[in-house]
Design a binder for this molecule. Structure first.
Ligand code: ZN
Length: 365
């Protein structure tokens, strides 16, 4: 009997879980690289097509971005990602401290404003990090028990006549296996928490204190509420002081993650909308109904410049292709059909993915 798409995707996802379970565990690179690979793939589908190649350099950059956010101190300690000193996280944290950078700030905006020695130091740090990721784990991720099984991608070096193997230069490209690309897109929302769990237990195991798990999760994957609340007033003002969902003014406002944070871990400016505390609490971790999705598309377009400026002023992370790619993943997966979406407090409607698709196809990157 021929394998269905769902069966194939789950089989490939199972191989990814094997990658998590096996192999060397002295560094957190493997987990972060897998997250980065999925992030870059999801962002590359924001225009509605599944890519066949990804730049190794972009994945390396994404690894640096993920670590940039994970340098948030726990008490007066850093979370330990490595059993060795001098690892990437420690270098990034030291750089942030030396140059008055903030862990929650947008890496590209913050480091783009550096000049002189600071800019040079940052370029060097980033180049080292990218070549580190390109050398290992990117080519070695698919070596399981000593055997290489390139079930996700092959590494291609431009100018060479064959597959590159483990040379580790940032010019390399990943040629994705077509089935694997679809499988990762179908299952990344399932895989993400599993990879996060693996990273979390890795970090907890090495932490000098024993923090609460929820605390570490927030540190690893999210901004804190205090940082988020700095955006409540400006976002509210951008929406004419009205709630994004019910359109009413007045009352207590919060920042809501339009695409639920528990699925996407996306704190980027494009995923944030102003909402009443009651609307926010009622929506909780559900998908917003297609009518809200449609309004969100309009918000992204009409407020594009304002959101860009707000992110720059507050040095807030922004990654529109990533956020739009996440929206496509959440709304268009076959499994989303008929799931209840949130309209208003105590009001839900079943998702029609075809309707979501026609809205999403109009949302530009
Ligand atoms: Zn409201």
């Amino acid at each position: 009997m021929e394998e269905s798409r769902a069966e194939r995707s789950l089989r490939i996802a199972h191989r990814v879980v094997e990658v998590l379970d096996r192999g060397g565990k002295t560094q957190s690179y493997k987990y972060v690289t897998l997250l980065a690979l999925m992030d870059v793939l999801v962002a590359a589908t924001a225009d509605g097509t599944v890519p066949t190649t990804l730049d190794a350099r972009r994945i390396g950059e994404r690894v640096v971005e993920i670590y940039w956010r994970q340098t948030r101190p726990l008490g007066d300690q850093l979370l330990r990602h490595s059993s060795q000193n001098g690892a990437l996280l420690d270098r990034i944290a030291a750089f942030q401290q030396d140059h008055n950078q903030k862990w929650y700030a947008d890496m590209a905006t913050s480091t783009g404003a550096l000049d002189g020695d600071a800019a040079r130091q940052w370029r060097q740090l980033k180049a080292d990090a990218i070549s580190r990721v390109c050398r290992d784990p990117l080519p070695r991720l698919q070596v399981i028990g000593g055997d290489s099984d390139p079930f996700l991608y092959r590494v291609w070096e431009p100018g060479q006549t064959g597959w590159a193997g483990v040379t580790g230069t940032a010019r390399q490209q990943l040629h994705l296996d077509a089935d694997a690309a679809v499988a990762l897109l179908d299952t990344h929302l399932l895989l993400r928490p599993l990879i996060e769990r693996a990273l979390l237990s890795f970090v907890l195991h090495r932490s000098p204190q024993t923090p609460k798990e929820g605390t570490v999760e927030r540190i690893l994957f999210g901004v804190d509420r205090r940082a988020l609340s700095r955006l409540t007033q400006p976002l509210k003002a951008l929406n004419g002081n009205a709630c994004f969902y019910c359109q009413a003014k007045g009352g207590h406002f919060q920042v809501d993650h339009f695409l639920p944070w528990s699925y996407t871990r996306d704190d980027g400016i494009h995923n944030l909308v102003p909402a009443h505390a009651q609307c926010n609490a009622s929506k909780s971790n559900r998908l917003a109904a297609v009518e809200h999705l449609n309004r969100w598309g309009g918000w992204l377009d009409h407020r594009a410049d304002d959101l860009h400026e707000l992110a720059t002023n507050k040095r807030w992370p922004r990654d529109r292709p990533h956020t739009v790619g996440m929206a496509r993943s959440l709304y268009l997966t076959p499994a989303a059909e008929d799931t209840p979406t949130w309209v208003a407090p105590l009001q839900f409607s079943p998702l029609v993915t075809a309707a979501a698709r026609s809205v999403l196809d109009d949302i530009t990157m």
